[in-house]
Design a protein. Sequence first.
Length: 449
Amino acid sequence: MLGQVLKDSVQTKIWSRNAKRDIVFSDWVNMPVRKISHLEGFSILDTIKVNRYGSRTDLYGNKTGFFYKKKIGNRWTLFDPLGEIYYEVGVTSLRTGKSPLNKLALTTQFGTEPQWFSSTASLLLDNGFHSMGSWSDVLAAREYNKSAVDPIVYSTQLSVLNAFNAFIRKEFPERKISNIISLALDPTFPAFCEKHLMEQAKFKDDPHLFGHFSDNELPFLISTWESIISADSTDFALIAAMHFLDSLKINKMDITKAQKEVFIASIAETYFKVVSSSLKRVDPNHLYLGCRIHSSAKENIALLQVASKYVDIMSINYYGYWDLTEKLATLWSKYLQIPFFITEFYTKGDDVGMGNISGAGWIVRNQKDRAAHYENFVLKLLSNKQCVGWHWFRYQDNDPADPSADPSNKDANKGIVNTSYQPYLVLLGKMKEIHSLKFHLIDYFDKKL
């Protein structure tokens, strides 16, 4: 594949759920990894200079003052506010930990939160991360960027439908809701969305803002059909489902998988249309990054097609596969008419004494193997001409003593730093190497493909 001879593998445990929906892992299995050293004919002939955003300065487009996308030939390309070619490489959840251990370590090591952010920004930039993804401390980044020579690029998490869900449950506790996505069909959702997004006006002139996520992992999934079709008769999604069945002249027992996907995509289209139109009115300068689709949503052809009408760049949380499969790459190339970036992926090392049960990432033996998986994973992304970047999940390990952690983020080695803010140097060293070569690698793959 692309002149690569696969000589290496790492051992991993594969994540799944049993019949009781409990998380279980397989025994150790070998998975192949490709490395830069496997790339036949790859060499670094010239230095590619980069600017304060980590963008290459030898190629450029129009200077707009904001990030934007453009398809050049058959590769989707990002441009930074200076008009130079950018590639989005970031880490999610860049914020201080909430456990007692986290708080003590922060005070001991950094003193104050602003000092923590300044030190952490240096750690990221030194290792080739120029951006922070969802769940990060946006206010801290904006304050830091006021005086920083090299800014931290950031994105917002708007949680639009989740906020509407919270509003409905508070104001109308008696209302029965089949599934959160049914609320996208509520006639009052557009007005709520407009009001909710007014706050984003304060971001519209910030050149360091990459874009906006509207929600996270909304269940635009085939499995959601079952909760909708058995909902209360007043549920907006059920009413829409019955109209959908009538239009097909079938009953709910005869609906096919493909027809379920079309119906779920019709709800997604309403959601994307409402959010996009409201967001662009408030902030016409920045990219709409979608809602971080996951699971079967990323394989729903109808959903990919409708999202392409309203979303600028599709954000995809990517679990269940060792790397980007040819099947998915082909599917997205054919039906997704916009670029994508991977907004969650990670592995957990078995060498740090953590339980590593929570979360859908792969378990590998150690930090060296985490680094090998990262190299394998992102080489596949760099070779894909529709991909414009990735976000590693996440900044810090999950502390088992964190009282505020949700069940998917407990006791797991997901971070580039541990619970005491100490960096994983082996992992970061490999990340830095790849990040420093990302434009060389893109040039290499573009000549090969």
